[in-house]
Write a protein that binds this ligand. Structure first.
Ligand SMILES: [Fe+2]
Length: 240
């Protein structure tokens, strides 16, 4: 028996009985990384610095990721979050990839993400999803930088070694669909009509339903409501 085991190792085989048995007995999950805090002032400052030196059409994306110190790649095991900025008059070239992304706008207005020919306007507090293998590009026609939090399942895609990507045959897509062609998670709709970004009815006292609502119908997310939307953003990303 010992000689056969020895031969197995020489032939790069493994006996299942040599692997620790985790299917029986009491066992608890072990966290794979420690809690960690990234301060917004640091990433916002880094975006400003990058804006001075890196043009998005040259660098593909002006994106700065939250890289967890306990992980090789990612903010969590399956997720890489970061922030991206596009300055007024700039665009980020069209491309597609296997990664799917969720974008939560935290600053600016007047920009749009074009997904498969459809413009999705980007206003503060809005949430945009970009399905995998969808052509997308970003353009800022506003008068101030647009900044959004960007979450993508890159680490998981990398693990499965299916990280395919293509540049579009032109720098930008041609708009072929009207605004509103797809479902939009717009902040002003969420606030005015009390609609949840995760497609569930909210209780009347929910922060999204009660904060940021003004008598004139226009609204701007309060810090508390922004935090709630961000939590929904992260939950949606994790569910993905
Ligand atoms: Fe992308």
């Amino acid at each position: 028996m010992k000689s056969s085991i020895k031969n197995s190792k020489e032939n790069h085989l493994i006996g299942y009985w040599t692997i620790p048995n985790t299917s029986t007995g009491f066992r608890e999950p072990e966290p794979g990384f420690r809690p960690f805090l990234w301060k917004w002032k640091n990433i916002r400052g880094a975006l400003d610095q990058a804006a001075q030196h890196i043009r998005p059409e040259e660098a593909f994306r002006r994106f700065i990721g939250y890289q967890h110190p306990d992980l090789k790649l990612g903010t969590a095991h399956t997720l890489l979050m970061g922030a991206q900025m596009v300055r007024p008059g700039e665009f980020a070239p069209a491309h597609r990839h296997i990664m799917e992304a969720i974008r939560f706008v935290v600053e600016g207005h007047g920009a749009a993400t074009i997904v498969e020919g459809e413009p999705l306007p980007m206003e503060e507090g809005d949430l945009i999803t970009t399905p995998n293998w969808s052509w997308h590009d970003h353009i800022n026609a506003g008068d101030q930088p647009i900044v959004w939090l960007d979450g993508a399942n890159g680490p998981m895609i990398h693990y499965y070694q299916v990280g395919f990507a293509n540049p579009y045959h032109q720098p930008q897509q041609t708009v072929t669909k009207p605004v509103g062609w797809s479902q939009q998670y717009l902040w002003h709709l969420a606030a005015a009509h009390r609609v949840s970004v995760v497609s569930h009815e909210l209780p009347p006292d929910h922060p999204i339903a009660t904060h940021g609502k003004k008598p004139n119908g226009h609204s701007k997310p309060s810090p508390k409501a922004r935090a709630t939307l961000l939590i929904a953003f992260c939950c949606a990303m994790w569910i993905h």
